[in-house]
Design a protein around this ligand. Structure first.
Ligand SMILES: [Zn+2]
Length: 314
């Protein structure tokens, strides 16, 4: 049980009792209108919060790209209601058919809105490891999401596994507009995928980038830092983070997150060398980063624990 709670915490699904924890922006209304971050590239922002009844799991950024022949959706929010809100925001911008729904990774706040799109019969796309992730964790994701967003938001929510699987690079054509889907070595998770709109140069990073919301580590800390190093070299100017503003300037947008991940790596490494226990380390590592992030106490101890497991073998 302890393990399961820890796993859910890293997914932003912690059941927190109001009053004994700071839940910033938890009562903030989730936006209903999509922001056009570049011509034809839209983002429906999520609120920086854990999932709850008010936000219906709309706590991550979802996107859509409009081509000549159709639309690709990028991530779907964390419940059927969140997915329906995204569909409504999309329909306020275009009537074109939805050709693809692309998952940047498996976390429930990005995947559990998928059922809102199912009857439109898009092709669901994701990392080649994603079906396995959803098969092994999907039931836990659903159970936790139901408890957090409430039955009214949750009813009809289900896991939809991708059928178009990406291993390396795959290009999708929306009609005069190509999207480059690209998989990454284990970083935020073991199924991270980014989407580059080659027409506009906008890069949808999924949870390889957090801003404001503390990064949540469910993969490999050193891998995540390596991925960021490669991503920094990309000649793009605008990126969409998985959590944070609708769009950010690149590569400066990576600075704060890299500083956090490096601090975590260095503090956990030092604690291991000093012989500190995992418990001690989880309570102290990266504490200097606390003022820089929202939801710090919800994720930092779990991040430190995951980093400890990873780094103790190095
Ligand atoms: Zn995630």
């Amino acid at each position: 049980m302890r393990h399961r709670v820890a796993v859910l915490v890293v997914l932003g699904l912690a059941v927190v009792s109001a009053g004994d924890r700071e839940v910033l922006a938890a009562d903030q209304a989730a936006p209903s209108a999509a922001v056009e971050v570049a011509p034809g590239d839209f983002v429906l922002p999520g609120v920086i919060s854990l999932s709850n009844e008010q936000n219906a799991g709309q706590i991550s950024n979802s996107g859509f790209v409009v081509g000549r022949d159709g639309v690709a959706v990028i991530d779907t929010g964390g419940s059927l209601v969140a997915g329906k809100r995204l569909l409504a925001a999309l329909r306020a911008k275009t009537d074109l058919p939805i050709l693809y729904v692309i998952f940047t990774h498996g976390h429930p706040d990005h995947t559990l809105g998928a059922a809102a799109f199912a009857e439109l019969k898009p092709v669901f796309a994701g990392h080649r490891a994603l079906p396995e992730v959803l098969a092994s964790h999907g039931e836990d994701y659903l159970r936790a999401a139901r408890a957090l967003v409430g039955e009214a938001n949750f009813a009809g929510t289900r896991v939809i596994a991708p059928t178009l699987l990406v291993d390396g690079v795959t290009e999708l054509d929306l009609g005069g507009r190509k999207l480059k889907l690209e998989t990454w070595p284990t970083g935020h998770t073991n199924a991270d995928l980014t989407v580059t709109d080659e027409a506009s140069g906008v890069l949808f990073l999924g949870d390889l980038l957090f801003s404001g919301h503390i990064p949540a580590l469910d993969g490999k800390l050193t891998g995540w830092l390596d991925n960021l190093k490669k991503l920094r070299e990309r000649a793009v100017r605008v990126v969409v983070p998985g959590h944070g503003p609708a769009s950010m300037a690149w590569p400066q947008a990576a600075d704060a997150q890299e500083a956090y991940l490096r601090r975590l790596r260095d503090d956990v490494g030092a604690a291991i060398r000093k012989g500190e226990t995992m418990r001690e380390t989880a309570a102290t590592a990266a504490a200097s980063e606390r003022p820089n992030w929202r939801l710090f106490d919800d994720f930092n101890p779990r991040n430190a624990t995951a980093a400890y497991h990873e780094l103790e073998w190095e």
